[in-house]
Design a protein around this ligand. Sequence first.
Ligand SMILES: [Zn+2]
Length: 188
Amino acid sequence: MAGLSLKPAPEPLALVQSFVNTRNIMHGYDLLEDTDEATAWLFERGFVGGGVRVDEANRRLLVAFREGLRGLLLVHNGEPGEEAGAEALNELAAPVSLSVRFDMEGEPRLMPAAEAGDVVGEVAGRVLAAVVLSAAEGTWSRLKACRNEGCLWAFYDNSKNRSGSWCTMDVCGARSKMRAYRRRRSSE
Ligand SMILES: [Zn+2]
């Protein structure tokens, strides 16, 4: 998928990254744009099994969920936290259940506990489980949304001091530097 090779997050955070990046603002596409596309993408990525259909109400919930997550990724990038954003996301997450299962090696697995056919519970459950696990591993706060307003792409900040602001230095970083330069020039 375009752009996904740029600053990829480690598993399981990569799942959250790919979910947020279903919308590519810079290139003007959205893989959750309609129910057909959303169904195909979620199946392709293993979020739902074959034969599951995403209806319009579910699609809208998933989009709201995605944009709520993007808001948190902007907070990771130093944007002031919007209380309302976290509240909206909490409301969406409230009906989502997770359960703990142990594998044969005794390792715990956090899984969605959605009823059969509950697409949002299944998809949001997988995403939330990945968020919780990566927060425990210390990687969650490194997943950021690009500071370029015309981009907002989710990237993994691998820098030592966690100072990365843009998905790419040569596109978004350069653009922002150029703007700052022009601002300085015009105020001189
Ligand atoms: Zn960017």
